[in-house]
Design a protein around this ligand. Structure first.
Ligand code: UFG
Length: 357
């Protein structure tokens, strides 16, 4: 009793001691903190973790997330990552074994007009989260990064070792966090897997969750809204790209395949795997026109289109090499473009007003 003083610091030290004893008794990973767990990908992650028997503590400030999308979590803590007192409470009250961080602003266009919002929310949020992890002895994090970290690609398919020169602040903040993670591993032994997503789409039809952004800027949800007649046409941003049909080519990946990759990454870190960066994409590219044609087939709706000018900053082709994730994590995406579009359609047609309706 003499070792731990009756001061806040002493109580902290005592709690840390108890936690370390408990951890040794039960070394298996149990409780995962999902930051941004009320967002599109975070909510799908939570559903998968719960299904796999993990306890999930969701942290979300609900600025862009939806409370209705959080299903099966043990706890749902509403607050901002930058609120250090709040985060400290979350880590003190829960025995967190690993962290997955989805919490971020993610609108490329907005990041160009308001970069400080992105540095503030994304980078400061990550600093605060890593500080809390360090203080509470949590040593594993799976981080949600992006293909935007590459900028204009050197070659296709894009490999993890390719040049990273983001062309917008959104990508720059994600890359800055990847770098920060590297140094935090060296200094504090916090190991990480940074996952660079290509184009996430689809939904979990069983769980009844899906994509609901305001404003929506992504192609597949906008195509779905057009199929539903909620907008007159879908604009095709540029038909003069050096691609087979002149429209941009992207690598679409099912959100459930993405969630499975995070789980594999977490388990990899838990086995003692070293920190690394992985692309998450299907390895196949589809043009904007191909997406619209697939959507016409699957929805049976006409989906009118309108040619529009190029959107600034859009690379013509982005296709992932997913070799590294396959080799190191054992990840193989299994859902086709048809499945992605069918699941997106199920969500949007069943929830034309998103989570509000
Ligand atoms: N597009 C249209 N019309 C639309 C919306 C999009 O033609 O109404 C086109 C875009 O020009 C692009 C493609 O459809 O060629 C896909 O656009 P999205 O906005 O759906 O996705 P992005 O490829 O621009 O963005 C995705 C992620 C970002 C990430 C980026 C990396 O959503 O978070 O990849 O480059 F930063």
């Amino acid at each position: 009793a003499g070792v731990f003083k009756r001061t806040p610091e002493g109580q902290e030290a005592f709690l840390r001691f108890i936690r370390s004893v408990l951890k040794k008794e039960d070394a298996s990973m149990k409780t995962i903190l999902v930051a941004g767990g009320a967002g599109y990908i975070g909510s799908h992650m939570t559903v998968l973790l719960v299904k796999q028997g993990y306890e999930v503590v969701v942290v979300d400030n609900l600025r862009t997330g939806h409370w209705q999308s959080v299903k099966g979590a043990q706890k749902f803590c509403v607050g901002d990552l930058r609120d250090t007192a709040f985060l400290h409470r979350v880590f003190s009250e829960n025995r967190i074994d690993g962290v997955i961080n989805f919490a971020a602003c993610s609108l490329v266009g907005e990041s160009v007009t308001d970069p400080l919002k992105y540095y503030g929310n994304n980078v400061e949020g990550a600093v605060s989260l890593l500080s809390a992890m360090q203080a509470h002895g949590v040593d594993k994090i799976v981080f949600s990064s992006t293909a935007a970290a590459y900028g204009e690609p050197e070659k296709q398919p894009i490999e993890e070792c390719d040049r990273t020169e983001p062309t917008n602040p959104y990508g720059a903040t994600k890359l800055a966090i990847e770098n920060m993670l590297k140094w935090c591993d060296r200094a504090y032994g916090i190991r990480y897997a940074a996952l660079r997503y290509f184009n996430a789409a689809g939904s979990d039809t069983e769980a009844g969750i899906g994509e609901d952004h305001e404003p929506e800027s992504h192609l597949i949800p906008l195509v779905m809204k057009t199929a539903l007649g909620r907008q007159e046409h879908i604009g095709i941003f540029g038909e003069d790209y050096p691609t087979p049909d002149g429209t941009c080519v992207r690598d679409y990946i099912h959100v459930k395949d993405l969630a499975e990759a995070h789980l594999l990454a977490l388990e990899y870190l838990d086995r003692g795997g070293k920190s690394d960066v992985f692309n998450l994409g299907s390895g196949t590219g589809y043009s904007v026109r191909e997406i619209i044609d697939t959507a016409r087939r699957i929805t049976g709706r006409p989906i009118p289109v309108k040619a529009e000018p190029r959107r600034s900053g859009d690379p013509s082709v982005l296709i992932a090499s997913n070799k590294k994730a396959a080799e190191v994590l054992g990840w193989k995406p299994s859902r086709s473009l048809e499945q992605i579009v069918a699941d997106a359609w199920a969500w949007h047609s069943g929830h034309p007003n998103g989570y509000e309706g």
